[in-house]
Design a protein around this ligand. Structure first.
Ligand code: ZN
Length: 471
């Protein structure tokens, strides 16, 4: 089951759209599926044209007037425009985020260069322009104007999928049979009634079969009290999750790491073989593939371990609310600075996703906060310096001497960043850094008052504070 979340304002009930996937379209009449194939081919081509247009020449616009020739009906044409606009929109925003990450990484690089903490062999980050998305697998995201899901009466099937084809005026009916677990998913456990299925459906062609995805909406109310204790979550490799109360959940090290090493070796050997065969002129389609089945299994396994870790973390913190990092690709790369950074970074990204999902489905408040310098900042005096981390596990503040497990210090920073409006208003890393420097200066002044001034004066200071409170 896939899940998607619509953004709701803090405290408001959230609507989550849940998907019922892998409903195979039965080939009772192969001619019907062939008609769908033909339609999909034309649809794919047209969607690609709009995707390219919206990624390059124009801003994505779902309601753009048709501008390409096609044999599809006007309604299908509009669906393709919407689909292309959707793809282009997320491509553009992902690209913009990646570019911001690149700028952040560059700033970080320059900072390290300036204070001489650049590790030997570190390369200056480079920006490589993204390719325009290429649609390969036929996928149709259709609304009720072109595909209708109708309940089947007096039939062994559950629904009919009625859709218009290239042959105008001759809609096709494809039977849909739901498995028991699909039926169960589509039944509201509280009322025992069938849930309302959304009008838009998705059709995917994979491995020579057509698969239908249905969706339904569910409303979840956030149950968390506004003053519930805040638990900060730090995300990492050594510990998937470290909470600000010092607990840890799951790890990439140990067994998972061993498995990944073996898998890497295997892929390296395969790549070598590929190169060798390529040189001998073996055609591309006959070369062994570089993606390995064990690799896929490993990825699934890592994701399962992450899911378990996040689940347990939520179970052990009943009645709390959570603060977690808005991880960027750059900070993930930093956290996964060892080998295979990219692969690990992709797994790391699964952790915040799981936190979001767990919070949403349980009706718990979880707030994302800025991650800049959260692992370098001292929780006590706000002094931020890479050198506060003598090694991956240890945090030891160079100014105040505060020592803690690095992940715990970070998770405590994350916890206090919830509701920190000043920090939230910062636009980039430099502004965060400037704010932390100001706070560190304030801390120093405060401490100098406490430490340097004589006890008598300290008493005066304390009582004067009290008196102003009263007055
Ligand atoms: Zn400190």
């Amino acid at each position: 089951m896939k899940k998607r979340k619509k953004r709701a304002k803090k405290g408001e009930p959230q609507t989550i759209t849940k998907a019922v996937t892998h409903i195979r379209l039965e080939a009772t009449n192969p001619g019907k599926l062939t008609a769908l194939d033909t339609l999909a081919e034309v649809y794919l081509e047209l969607t690609q044209q709009y995707t390219t247009l919206f990624c390059t020449a124009e801003l994505p616009n779902s309601f753009r007037a048709p501008c390409f020739l096609t044999s599809l009906s006007e309604r299908w044409h509009r669906v393709a425009i919407q689909h292309g606009a959707g793809i282009a929109k997320s491509w553009r925003s992902n690209r913009a985020n990646a570019y911001q990450d690149y700028l952040d990484a560059l700033t970080e690089y320059q900072e390290q260069q300036a204070d001489g903490t650049l590790e030997e062999g570190t390369k200056e980050p480079e920006w490589r322009e993204w390719n325009i998305p290429t649609l390969r697998q036929p996928c149709i995201q259709a609304n009720g104007n072109v595909i209708k899901l109708e309940e089947a009466q007096d039939s062994t099937f559950d629904y009919w999928l009625k859709f218009s084809t290239l042959d105008k005026g001759n809609p096709l009916l494809i039977p849909v049979k739901l498995a028991d677990y699909h039926q169960e998913q589509l039944t509201d456990p509280e009322t025992g009634k069938q849930r309302k299925i959304n009008r838009s459906v998705t059709l995917n062609r994979q491995e020579n079969a057509w698969w239908l995805t249905l969706t339904y909406d569910e409303t979840v109310v956030v149950q968390t009290e506004p003053n519930a204790p805040v638990i900060g979550i730090d995300v990492g490799i050594a510990n998937f999750v470290t909470t600000s109360d010092g607990k840890t959940y799951g790890s990439f090290n140990g067994r998972l790491r061993e498995r990944q090493k073996r898998d890497r070796e295997k892929r390296r050997r395969k790549a070598k073989l590929r190169k060798c065969l390529e040189k001998r002129g073996v055609p591309k389609e006959k070369l062994p593939s570089t993606s390995s089945a064990t690799g896929q299994r490993l990825i699934r396994h890592v994701k399962q371990s992450i899911n378990r870790a996040v689940n347990l973390c939520f179970e052990e913190h009943e009645g709390c609310q959570f603060a977690y990092e808005q991880l960027s690709v750059a900070s993930m790369r930093y956290k996964a600075s060892v080998m295979n950074a990219y692969m690990r970074a992709s797994h790391l990204a699964h952790i915040p996703d799981q936190i979001t999902w767990n919070a949403t489905k349980r009706g718990i408040q979880a707030t994302r906060v800025k991650s800049a310098y959260s692992s370098q900042e001292c929780h006590v005096c706000h002094y931020a310096d890479r050198r506060n981390r003598p090694n991956q596990q240890t945090f030891c503040c160079r100014v105040c001497g505060h020592t803690a497990h690095a992940d715990k210090n970070a998770s405590q920073n994350i916890a206090s960043r919830l509701g920190d409006q000043e920090l939230r208003a910062c636009q980039n890393r430099q502004e965060v850094k400037a704010l932390l420097i100001r706070r560190h200066e304030q801390w120093k002044q405060h401490v100098s008052l406490v430490v340097v001034q004589a006890p008598v004066q300290l008493d005066l200071w304390a009582s004067s504070k009290t008196s102003t409170d009263v007055g």
